[in-house]
Design a protein. Structure first.
Length: 423
């Protein structure tokens, strides 16, 4: 399979994303609509997606056997953090909040919908015999194992994304909400002044000591990293360790299966809704005329008035371009070779602890491919739900996916060569 064929496969796997984004762009959704979509996505569709995928693709034995995949995912993410802080923080001097957005975009990848079609195309290609674990291995078995490995990456990515990632991006109690708190749309200027007055009036409001003490408690800290998607993933993992319940959920004709099937129906809508919201956010960004960016987003504030004690964090077009470059280089240039190097070291130095990684080529290839996928589209859902950096996240995702088609085609060719050489 040549580079042109890889480009075709990559384009086909990402085509639904672009189509749905265009639909969202044409619909011309308003800020309040996007906020509602984000709320539905986080509180219902994403938890359903994680629960359904985990229970359908994994079992207790597989989960325990593949424990090292989440560990590998976490460890290979540290260089991404270092890259973000060194280049984005010190060299580019990006605003702190926007720098966090870039870091999340680099660390967390789209492992939900773009990889399975690529794996299927690679396994069924004539020159992919080296992906067999044994002589009697079939393409269907290889794909099934690849999806299982992919789900373990998905579990690690989603648990971290919806806990640590979301917690990092959430504003602290002393920080101020973005322009979403000031007004939902530029055409509702009659309510902006009142809401801005409320925003400003709370800036210097003293916090009671009892409340301050409560905010520093362990439970409050943990709540910052809790979200419905985390609960959905946690419940899915718990079900794996109760085999009778797990079997009942996936056995057609049982009441438990009716529950699982309903959950799976909800999960199907998760990614399409996210992409429609991405298109709507891009359309909204182009239609806005920002006057005073607050917390990384834009608002229509009456001219001639100063925002008082509100800290302005302006993400200028130049900073936006620098952040986009930071994410593209980090996502497609820095992370993939580090991930492959980590797996090579595991094969050479610790094969006894990770027998699968040295015996199953599709495991090596699957993890390698996950390292070069574009940023997770849920970045925008998190931003819209929190009310910060919606425009910036949409721009980062759009440009990353455009570049991703070419980057994935080129690097998958390298991954295939590397896998065939090793195995």
């Amino acid at each position: 399979m040549g580079a042109l064929e890889f480009a075709l496969v990559s384009t086909q796997s990402l085509a639904p994303i672009f189509i749905l984004t265009v639909i969202g762009y044409v619909l011309g959704l308003k800020k309040v609509d996007l906020k509602a979509l984000a709320s539905i996505n986080i509180n219902l569709l994403t938890p359903a997606l994680l629960f359904a995928k985990i229970t359908d693709s994994l079992d207790r034995n597989t989960f325990l056997e593949l424990w090292f995949i989440p560990v590998l995912y976490v460890l290979t993410g540290f260089p991404a953090i270092w890259w973000t802080q060194l280049v984005g923080g010190r060299a580019m001097r990006l605003p702190d909040g926007f720098l966090k957005v870039c870091g999340i975009a680099i660390y967390f990848t789209n492992v939900n919908n773009s990889i399975i079609p690529i794996i299927e195309s690679l396994v069924y290609s004539p020159g992919a015999k080296f992906l067999k674990r044994s002589e009697d291995d079939t393409p269907e078995q290889i794909i099934k194992r690849g999806v299982g490995y992919l789900m373990m990456v998905c579990v690690a990515s989603n648990l971290l994304r919806w806990s640590v990632g979301m917690g990092i991006l959430k504003p602290k109690a002393t920080e101020h909400r973005s322009a979403a708190s000031v007004g939902e749309d530029a055409d509702v200027s009659s309510s902006i002044s009142d809401e801005r007055t409320l925003l400003l009036s709370g800036v210097n409001t003293p916090v009671p000591k009892a409340q301050t003490a409560a905010d520093t408690s362990l439970w409050t800290t943990l709540k910052k990293y809790y979200s419905p998607p985390v609960m959905g993933a946690a419940v899915g993992i718990a079900v794996l360790f109760v085999p009778p319940l797990h079997r009942a959920l996936l056995t057609k004709g049982t009441f438990a299966y009716s529950f699982w099937y309903s959950t799976n129906l909800c999960s199907i809508a998760c990614i399409p809704m996210t992409m429609v919201a991405l298109g709507g956010q891009l359309a909204l960004t182009r239609s806005q005329q920002p006057l005073a960016p607050i917390g990384g987003s834009t608002a229509s504030i009456e001219s001639g008035e100063e925002p008082g004690d509100i800290d302005l964090e302006v993400v200028t077009p130049r900073k936006q371009s620098q952040g986009t470059l930071l994410v593209i280089l980090g996502r497609y240039v820095i992370v993939p070779p580090i991930t492959c190097l980590a797996m090579l070291l595991a094969i050479k130095l610790a094969a006894g602890y990770f027998p699968l990684i040295s015996s199953d080529p599709i495991l090596f290839l699957t993890i390698a491919i996950t390292s070069v996928t574009p940023p997770a589209v849920s970045l925008l859902t998190i931003a819209q739900n929190i009310g910060m950096y919606e425009d910036e996240s949409a721009q980062l995702l759009f440009h990353s996916y455009v570049v991703g088609v070419v980057a994935m085609a080129a690097e998958i060719s390298v991954f295939l060569w590397l896998t065939s050489t090793i195995f």
